[in-house]
Design a protein around this ligand. Structure first.
Ligand code: GLN
Length: 546
């Protein structure tokens, strides 16, 4: 019998529900349970694929090509899971499904309503994950904040779910905020009380309250929350702000007794939790003192969530190399030829991420030129790789107006162009080349060395590709085609031949990097940054002596 844990959020958004869900998943997995995680997003979009990163942060892509919420990225990074379309549910999907059923005549004779039709569909999606994953425990995160109008059907559905599968098989965790106010910085429990009473109005009684707080909770505070919220005192657990890394959260929650109480309440005899590998990884991260400066030259620099998986994958690469990665966000629109030296001084490697649209392209191309010519390690991802190709065509081959047809449909040298399969595509949602695709690596390349194997599978999200008629001429001038699709039709990786580490990939390796298993390319990239740094320091010393 599968057990279900529902995580809701109160008081305000951005308290770290996703990290809490992922951390609990991590703890339960390390106690030997087979777990699964799913996210329910109350917005009406079918998926976040058509939303701007400013609205939603990055779009995370699963192996099966689903464009999902970035929390699924956390779920995968904290656990051994590889998720699919089943794990991401939105109001848009639920309504679409119910309306399709109605049109088919499945509800013939009935009035179709939020209760029971919408709530049944939500419950069905939860049961499907349990069935298909055969997990011991399914953790369901409900997006948004209790009190939001659009979240109500989801809360109603999980209330009913407890009745359907039994109290002993379900657990409700509510994450709230304990703000500190006034000159005395006094922690306050009132918002938590209000939030829980809102939840109770719907008929949900939380079993555990996780309190996001900057200070330890005093006995008195716990007692107060317990009394007013009708939750056992030991089930009021502090989710303390972290100091260094989100990967500390599982240990913090374990110390607060979260997994112990969760398992006890679910009637699961506790497997022996062995967090040693995880804690060793976090310890390594905290202990490393050497720092490498990595510039991420993108468009959405103000918004950390826009390149979330990239930042995390860089951190994983750092852990793997025993160094700390200091990320410098460079806004590509401000990159100008005259200030290139200044912009990148002290930088040990540059990453150019993916994206859509023309804004910032010329800054990306200038950045790439700087990295290529100054032999600074360079990692181009998706659009970043495409810009590497454009830069190479313009500045090495001398094709002055070379471009991608995404930005200049009439260009004389369309070195990047629309994939054939995209010609007839009209709808924008879910229609790119998406998800896991195989590629074959060329021996003797940096990528082959990094992966240590010839065959790889990586996740994609693009419409444009390297234009094959330029393969030969680019190759003759030093642009190596390091990986191709098995049918030889699509270029998957390019590399500079005369450069310490210049690699561009058409896919998104960042989506497959895990805290306990850094992605091979990110690890290799950070290694190149460490080498670049030590060489730069040596050069400085020599100059100092002379
Ligand atoms: N805009 C480019 C394309 O569609 C790159 C996409 C990306 O970086 N994810 O091919």
């Amino acid at each position: 019998m599968t057990k279900y844990i529902f995580i809701t959020g109160g008081v305000c958004s951005s308290l770290g529900k996703g990290i809490a869900a992922s951390s609990l998943g991590c703890l339960l997995e390390h106690s030997g349970y087979k777990i699964n995680l799913m996210k329910m997003d109350p917005y009406i979009n079918v998926d976040p694929g058509t939303m701007s990163p400013y609205q939603h942060g990055e779009v995370y892509v699963t192996d099966d090509g689903t464009e999902t919420d970035l929390d699924l990225g956390n779920y995968e990074r904290f656990t051994s899971l590889s998720l699919s379309k089943l794990n991401s549910v939105t109001t848009g999907q639920i309504y679409r499904e119910v309306i399709e059923k109605e049109r088919r005549g499945d509800f013939l004779g009935k009035t179709v309503q939020v209760i029971p039709h919408i709530t049944n569909e939500i419950k069905l999606r939860i049961s499907k994950v349990a069935e298909q994953s055969m997990a011991d425990i399914v953790i369901v995160e409900i997006g948004g904040t209790v009190g939001d109008i659009e979240g109500i059907p989801f809360l109603e559905a999980i209330r009913q779910f407890r009745l359907d599968v039994g109290q002993q098989n379900t657990l409700f965790i509510h994450l709230t905020l304990i703000p500190v106010v006034g000159a005395s910085l006094e922690p306050k429990t009132k918002p938590t009380q209000h939030s829980v009473s809102k939840l109770r109005e719907i008929g949900i009684m939380p079993d555990v309250i996780l309190c996001r707080t900057s200070k330890e909770l005093s006995q008195e505070m716990r007692g107060k929350i317990s009394l007013f919220c009708n939750v056992e005192e030991r089930a009021v657990i502090a989710a303390l702000d972290i100091e260094r890394s989100i990967y500390e959260v599982p240990s913090i929650l374990a110390k607060g007794g979260l997994d112990e109480i969760v398992l006890e309440k679910l009637g699961l005899t506790r497997g022996k939790r062995d967090l040693s590998r995880w804690e060793q990884m976090v310890g390594q991260f905290i202990a490393s003192t050497e720092v490498v400066n990595i510039a991420v030259a993108g468009k959405y620099t103000e918004l950390h969530d826009a390149y979330k998986s990239i930042y995390e994958a860089l951190a994983h690469g750092g852990i793997d190399n025993g160094v700390n990665v200091n990320i410098i966000k460079v806004k590509v629109e401000s990159v100008k030829e005259e200030i290139l030296e200044e912009t990148f001084s002290g930088i040990h490697a540059i990453l150019v991420p993916g994206g859509f649209g023309e804004r910032g392209i010329e800054g990306k191309i200038l950045t790439i030129k700087y990295a290529r010519m100054n032999k600074v390690p360079l990692f181009g991802i998706c659009l970043g790789m495409q810009c590497m190709v454009i830069e190479f065509a313009r500045n090495v081959l001398g094709f002055e107006n070379a471009n991608s047809t995404e930005f200049d449909i009439e260009t004389e040298h369309p070195v990047i162009s629309l994939m054939e399969e995209q010609y007839e595509v009209v709808n924008l949602g879910g229609t790119m080349r998406l998800g896991a695709q195989p590629a074959i690596l060329g021996e003797g390349t940096k990528s082959f060395d990094a992966y240590g194997s010839e065959k790889i599978s990586e996740r994609h999200r693009h419409r444009y590709e390297f234009t094959n008629k330029y393969r030969e001429i680019m190759g003759s001038k030093g642009l190596i085609i390091a990986a191709k699709s098995p049918d030889d039709k699509l270029v998957e990786i390019i590399e500079y031949n005369d450069h310490p580490w210049g690699v561009g990939v058409q896919f998104h390796p960042e989506f497959k990097s895990k805290a306990l298993n850094a992605h091979a390319l990110f690890s290799s990239f950070i290694k190149a940054a460490v080498l670049f740094k030590s060489k730069a320091e040596e050069d400085n010393e020599v100059q100092g002596v002379q």
